[in-house]
Design a binder for this molecule. Structure first.
Ligand code: HEC
Length: 144
């Protein structure tokens, strides 16, 4: 049987884990106007995911591909970084951002294929990969 002190230590670790993870996130130092712009971009990303999920539920794959490319894909980079946000990102964060835009473009391609095939599992996996990049960056970096 496990001893009480052992169980207490395990429980304490489990309870403390989220706050430890938060404390370890790297702060991206940037002027306030840049972080405000970044947060507005983030809210736009989330809105885009909502719209994309809705379009997929309606099987409008081509439209979802257009939307993802416009808001999250490689062609959206110029629009999002007009305030040179990328310049203020630590290099690891910049790589995660570029990876996310790449995943979004890959999702757009599989959504276009799904339009022809009438749906596809690969497309949903590609969407999960996009979200995986959101999660990866949020677990590693913070703006304040
Ligand atoms: C390259 C890094 C990076 C990527 C990729 C990223 N984010 Fe963020 N996001 C951040 C940072 C940093 C914050 C600020 C978090 C903090 O300070 O606690 C943030 C905050 C947010 C917020 C809160 C905005 C607010 O007004 O407070 C939302 C919503 C969000 N992100 C959505 C997303 C979504 C959806 C994706 C993927 C499609 C995404 N983000 C991808 C770095 C990123």
């Amino acid at each position: 049987m496990l001893s009480k002190p052992f169980i207490s230590v395990v429980l304490l670790c489990v309870v403390c884990l989220p706050s430890t993870a938060t404390a370890e996130r790297e702060q991206a130092e940037m002027p306030e106007f840049v972080s405000r712009h970044l947060m507005a971009t983030m809210r736009n990303h989330l809105e885009a995911l909502e719209d994309i999920s809705r379009l997929l539920s309606e099987r409008r794959y081509d439209k979802a591909a257009d939307l993802v490319e416009q808001h999250l894909g490689m062609s959206s980079i110029e629009m999002h970084y007009e305030k040179h946000v990328g310049k203020y990102m630590p290099s690891g964060m910049r790589s995660l951002a570029t990876e996310m835009h790449g995943e979004a473009t890959r999702f757009a391609v599989s959504a276009r294929n799904a339009e022809k095939a009438g749906g596809s599992d690969e497309m949903f996996a590609a969407l999960a990969d996009v979200m995986g990049r959101c999660v990866a960056c949020h677990s590693a970096y913070r703006a304040q």
